[in-house]
Design a protein around this ligand. Sequence first.
Ligand code: THU
Length: 131
Amino acid sequence: MSLMNAAREVRENAYAPYSKFKVGAAIRSASGVVYTGCNVENVAYPEGTCAEAGAIAAMVAAGETRLTEVTVIADSPSPVPPCGGCRQKLAEFADADVPVVLATTAGARLETTVGDLLPGRFDAGHMTNAS
Ligand code: THU
């Protein structure tokens, strides 16, 4: 199944009673497997999780830690940009040139990369002791 169809399908399962904004995400891992996630909200609002976080959690739970492609879809007027936290989460498991497709259910499409979504990202190199 294409990432677009997988993201579109999992979006239907989003639990978004508070925002009413359903999001679906699909990622392809280095081995070629497709993992999906949807947003899962909570009455304690900050406890909600994004679609991208769900897809990444599924990949890691299955034993994989590298992703090569991402698609995110929502019923938004323009392709939905991942939140700041999700950009950092994606960057943890992807090279900067990994393609990210942002889509709307109406068919709009915006192609970007993990690197363009999070320039100047914090990475492990910033934690090494320079002295
Ligand atoms: N949301 C996502 O799941 N992914 C995004 O890229 C943007 C926002 C969710 C979080 C929340 O459940 C709802 O959309 C409204 O912010």
